[in-house]
Design a protein around this ligand. Structure first.
Ligand SMILES: Nc1ncnc2c1ncn2[C@@H]1O[C@H](COP(=O)(O)OP(=O)(O)OP(=O)(O)O)[C@@H](O)[C@H]1O
Length: 305
């Protein structure tokens, strides 16, 4: 059975009269990369801060690496690295000095880690350049390197892709994939743009106005987004029979002579089967819903917090 690194149950958090998280239930399994998607103000940072111990729930429970008592949680949090707005990185320091500063803050004594970290995040050759003169992508890479200094099992990243150019986005994606694969680190990465995490996340958690609205794997999301077949026919019954018997697809939308298949189906093959079965088809479209549209559709249209 998959091991849970984080389990959040019934978490509710209120700031004044504002309920920011409402009955949140999520589990993070070891070794996965979770895309944590929500619009601005949805509650992403607040949930991340409950996991890393900066905030405490009004109601509900947090379990980390199997521990849920206060002493166990303190120890479990030593296994978590967080990347949040370049905390702990000094503008006037170069990479080496920033890494040394972070090692000192965390009581880590291992000089070999300095060069290793620089190499791990691809900042060799950056020399004495000061942090303030780094590109956004370089800043994020150093922030990730520093979060990895203590060898965490779980990495929490709060909008690390925000403000990066396309090349920077690819670099961060590749770095996180590498960290996940080489060190087996479980990753939770928040973003308000779903497509930014495509090709990185193995799973998605979607949050809207403090409520979790969807938890699904990347494969499930792709299936929902990429394969929507819309066809019109004068023999709806026969098409439904073929879909059920040949493809085991029974949940389809039927509206008069229109059929919408929302599940993965080999559309070329189906077209051929319908042709051979002499089914008359007047329209046949494979529609792609973008990932972003899917999210907007799930939250009931774009809105602002
Ligand atoms: N310390 C606080 N006191 C009062 N309200 C807060 C506090 N922290 C967050 N909030 C409110 O809680 C809501 C959720 O904020 P949060 O930062 O968790 O959202 P987010 O999804 O991370 O958004 P963003 O993408 O803008 O960072 C917002 O309405 C915010 O104003």
């Amino acid at each position: 059975m998959a091991e849970n690194v984080v389990r959040v149950s019934g978490l509710t958090k209120t700031f004044g009269k504002n309920t920011v998280l409402s009955n949140v239930n999520i589990s993070l399994e070891r070794g996965k990369i979770y895309g944590f998607i929500g619009q601005n103000g949805a509650g992403k940072t607040t949930l991340i801060n409950h996991i890393n111990g900066l905030l405490f729930p009004d109601e509900g429970e947090i379990e980390l690496f199997g521990a849920s008592d206060s002493k166990g949680l303190v120890n479990a949090r030593k296994r978590i690295g967080t990347v949040c707005e370049h905390a702990g990185l000094h503008d006037n320091y170069n990479a080496v000095d920033n890494i040394k500063l972070n090692m000192k803050l965390r009581g880590i004594k291992n000089d070999k880690l300095i060069e290793q970290t620089i190499a791990n995040v691809g900042l060799q050759g950056v020399g004495k350049k000061k942090f303030r003169n780094y590109s956004m992508g370089m800043k994020q890479r150093l922030a990730i390197g520093c979060a990895m200094l203590s060898g965490p099992d779980l990495l929490l990243l709060d909008e690390p892709i925000n403000g990066l150019d396309p090349v920077g986005i690819v670099e961060i994606r590749n770095l996180l994939k590498q960290i996940n694969q080489r060190f087996g680190v479980t990753i939770l990465i928040s973003s308000h743009i779903l497509t930014e995490l495509h090709e990185l996340a193995t799973d998605y958690i979607m949050i809207d106005r403090g409520q979790i609205i969807d938890c699904l794997s990347a494969a499930q999301l792709d299936a929902k987004c990429h394969r929507r077949l819309r066809l019109r026919t004068n023999d709806v019954k026969k098409v439904l029979d073929i879909l059920a018997m040949r493809y085991n697809i029974v949940n389809v939308y039927v509206n008069g002579d229109e059929i919408i298949v929302d599940q993965p189906v080999n559309s070329d093959e189906l077209a051929w089967v319908l042709y051979n079965e002499r089914v008359f088809v007047s329209e046949y479209h494979l529609e792609e819903e973008s990932l972003e549209n899917y999210f907007i559709h799930r939250i009931g249209g774009a809105h602002y917090a």
